[in-house]
Design a protein around this ligand. Structure first.
Ligand code: COA
Length: 367
């Protein structure tokens, strides 16, 4: 059966982001991801995605404080989430918890803030509950990245870590027609609501071929342990028919530009005194993986994708592996919401076709 996974098929015009897979370039609303992620925080990229321009100081302060207040409201919802946060997996918990929101209960203008805040607050509360600890209430005065870290119980009040997490959240905020964004747009295209679209997108993000990869990348780095062991370990995986997590991409034929952004952000953390032993190991493993994959399939260029250094940076800022995919959702919800708006405003029902390759009745069975 032909199964091209819609590769190369254009399903929408968008003003939100452009992925150039040959050159390794990601542009988000007119800005290169490198410039955005290393100079701006998550609130700025929310303004950019949702309104079209980077905010001035007053608009930034207003959005930051509105998002802070939305986190406080999300926290107040925790007792009404039933057993949603009892799930063993963070993405299962997030999907169930977000499903408790109702689009018709929130003013349309507030819905983006409400959902963006809820993803961070629910993910952090899930982790605290897994650790047998009570949830930590948001501090509305903090930026979203710093407060998310604090709510998870990661080292608090550390500006360098919050800045590194901001770089990650910005870099991961939007990325063309990836699987979860497409999912959100399909749901929005039926004129359903933004809560339903985000819940569906969470389901798509969970899979290891999309947002589920950084946890396994960290497990791989731990299993390898030292650069000199990388060659044997990777050869063993490939001989077993396993994929190397954090390598390869549907669109990029060169290194994912976000990998470089995150690598740079980890270097900045090092310069600020927060050291991660895993950076050197990750670089060594990446080099071996690229060489081994290249030898096996010279015609299909496989390089590091965003998830490779996501594992390094999220670990370095103090987040547990169990929260890696949920933290991707903390970032990507900004992009989903922008795409949902764009779909509502300009889209048509997304209803592709399939080719039937099953049997036909031997004779026409309709009288
Ligand atoms: N390790 C080993 N082989 C890989 C590989 C990897 N990470 N990624 C792709 N390949 C191989 C496949 O085995 C396949 O080989 P085959 O034709 O002999 O079966 C070939 O490259 C094409 O793979 P395919 O799955 O068709 O490409 P895709 O465009 O659908 O895949 C990914 C893109 C991201 C799903 C894929 O590269 C992958 O699984 N990567 C690992 C998971 C990951 O890092 N996900 C995060 C993405 S941001």
């Amino acid at each position: 059966m032909d199964n091209n996974g819609l590769e190369g098929v254009v399903v929408a015009d968008t003003r939100l982001s452009d992925v150039d897979g040959e050159r390794g370039r990601l542009v988000i609303r007119g800005h290169d991801v490198e410039a955005l992620a290393l100079r701006h925080d998550f609130e700025s990229v929310c303004a950019l995605l949702w309104r079209g321009t980077l905010p001035d100081a007053a608009a930034h302060a207003a959005l930051r404080s509105a998002l802070g207040r939305a986190r406080v409201r999300a926290f107040a919802r925790l007792p009404s989430l039933g057993g949603a946060l009892d799930a063993a997996d963070a993405m299962d918990a997030l999907r169930a918890a977000l499903a408790h929101l109702r689009a018709d209960e929130v003013a349309p203008a507030e819905l983006k803030l409400e959902l963006t805040a809820a993803v961070a607050v629910f993910a952090a509360a899930w982790w605290r509950s897994r650790a047998g600890l009570p949830p930590l209430a948001p501090d509305a005065a903090l930026g979203h990245a710093a407060d998310y870290l604090r709510m998870t119980g990661a080292p608090a009040g550390d500006a360098a870590r919050a800045r590194a997490l901001d770089a990650y959240l910005v870099a991961a905020s939007d990325h063309g027609m990836n699987a979860s964004t497409f999912t959100a747009r399909v749901v929005a295209s039926t004129q359903s609501d933004a809560v339903s679209a985000v819940v569906a997108a969470i389901g798509a993000l969970k899979g290891p071929l999309h947002g589920g990869a950084p946890g396994p990348v960290l497990a791989m780095l731990d299993a390898i342990g030292a650069p000199e062991r990388a060659g044997r370990w990777i050869a063993g995986q490939l001989a077993d028919g396993q994929r190397i997590m954090g390598m390869g991409h549907r669109v990029y034929r060169v290194r994912d530009p976000r990998a470089a952004v995150l690598e740079r952000a980890v270097e900045r953390l090092h310069a600020a005194g927060v050291r991660s032993d895993r950076l050197a190991l990750a670089r060594a493993v990446e080099a071996v993986a690229v060489a081994s994959l290249g030898e096996r399939r010279p015609e299909r260029r496989l390089a590091a994708n965003v998830e490779f250094y996501t594992a390094v940076i999220l670990d370095a800022v103090g987040l547990p592996q169990a929260l890696f995919s949920a933290t991707f959702a903390v970032a990507r919800v900004a992009g989903w919401l922008a795409h949902i708006d764009e779909q509502f405003a300009h889209g048509r029902l997304i209803r592709p076709a399939s080719r039937y390759v099953g049997p036909m009745p031997e004779v026409c069975e309709v009288a």
